[in-house]
Design a protein. Structure first.
Lengths: 146, 146
DNA sequence: TTGAGTGCAAAAGCTTTGCATTCGT
DNA sequence: ACGAATGCAAAGCTTTTGCACTCAA
C-alpha cells in the first residue's frame, strides 16, 4: 500500500471521497503485517467509530483491492475445489476461465526459507500457485465475473 | 487418491459403508485432473442419480479429505485476509492458530515451469505458501476448529 | 438387524447489495 | 448543490447441520 498521503490523492483523483471511516481504515492498514480480515478491521474501528458498519469496511477494501493497494490472501476460486491427486505437485490458475492445471515439478530444494523463520516454525508443507491466462482467455476482453 | 478397490477397503475398514452414491463419487474423481467443485461433481452425478443431494456430495468429500484422499485447493483461512504489502513476498501459515507471516525471498528464478505449460499460458504472477506450526501450536494438542 | 448414509430443508457464516440518509467537495 | 459514502437490513451464496427415512453389511 502507498503512503496515506498518496492514497488520499489517488482516491481524490478518481473522484472518490475521503471520509473519516476510510481514513481510519487506511491508518489501520498502514504498515500492518497481520493480514487482517474485514471483520478484524471492523472490530478495530469500532472503538473510534461505534457506528461504522462491516459493509463500509468491505466496500473500502474492495476499492483498495481494485486499485492494487491491498492483496487478497484468498484465491477467487469461486468455491472449494478438490484434487484427487495427492502427489506433490503445484497449480497454475487461469484468471480468465479459472481452469486449473497441474504442474509436476519438484521445488522443494529451490525454496529456501529464512533461518529465522525456520527457528520459529516447523514447516510441514508448501504449495506454489501460478496465475496467468490461457491462450483462449488472452484473446478475450472480459473474464468471468468476480 | 488411491485406486477404487483400495478406497473401498479403507472405507470398510473404518466402518464406513459403500453406497452407490459414494461409489459414483469415487468414479468421478478417479483420474480426474479437472479439480472439480462439489457442485460440479453433484451435477455430474445427477444423470445417474437424479435424487442425489449436494449434502451427500459434501459429506463424502469431507470424509475423503480427512482420509487424505483428496486435497482441497482453497485454504482454510476462515475468511478473506488482506495484505497491504503488495511487494512481492510469500507467506507461511500456522495451521494451528492461523497466524500468517511474511517471507521475503525472491523465488522467481527458482521456480521453473515446464515449457509445454509456458507455451499454453502467459504467467503473470505466482505465490508460495508454506504451512506449518508455530512453537506455541506445536505444544498444543488441539488446534482451532476447522 | 442396526448403525450408517441419504436427501430434504433449514441454518449458518461470510460477503454483497439496495436504499434512504448523510456527508465531502 | 450534488454525487458519493454510510449504515442498516435484507439478500446471496456456499457449505454445514438436523432429522426422519432408507439401506448396506
Amino acid at each position: 500500500m502507498e503512503k496515506i498521503n498518496k492514497l488520499i490523492k489517488s482516491f481524490r483523483d478518481k473522484g472518490l471521497k475521503i471520509t473519516p471511516q476510510r481514513l481510519a481504515i487506511f491508518k489501520i492498514l498502514e504498515n500492518n503485517n497481520s493480514h487482517p480480515s474485514a471483520e478484524q478491521i471492523y472490530h478495530n474501528l469500532k472503538r473510534g467509530y461505534p457506528t461504522i458498519s462491516l459493509a463500509t469496511v468491505y466496500k473500502t477494501l474492495e476499492i483498495l483491492e481494485e486499485m492494487g493497494e491491498v492483496k487478497l490472501l484468498k484465491i477467487n476460486y469461486d468455491r472449494k475445489r478438490y484434487d484427487p491427486d495427492c502427489s506433490p505437485h503445484h497449480h497454475l490458475i487461469c484468471v480468465g476461465c479459472r481452469k486449473i492445471v497441474d504442474i509436476f515439478e519438484d521445488y522443494s530444494n529451490a525454496l529456501k526459507v529464512p533461518s529465522q523463520i525456520k527457528d520459529e516454525f516447523t514447516i510441514t508443507d508448501f504449495r506454489v500457485e501460478f496465475f496467468g491466462l490461457c491462450k483462449k482467455c488472452k484473446n478475450k476482453r472480459k473474464f468471468k465475473e468476480k
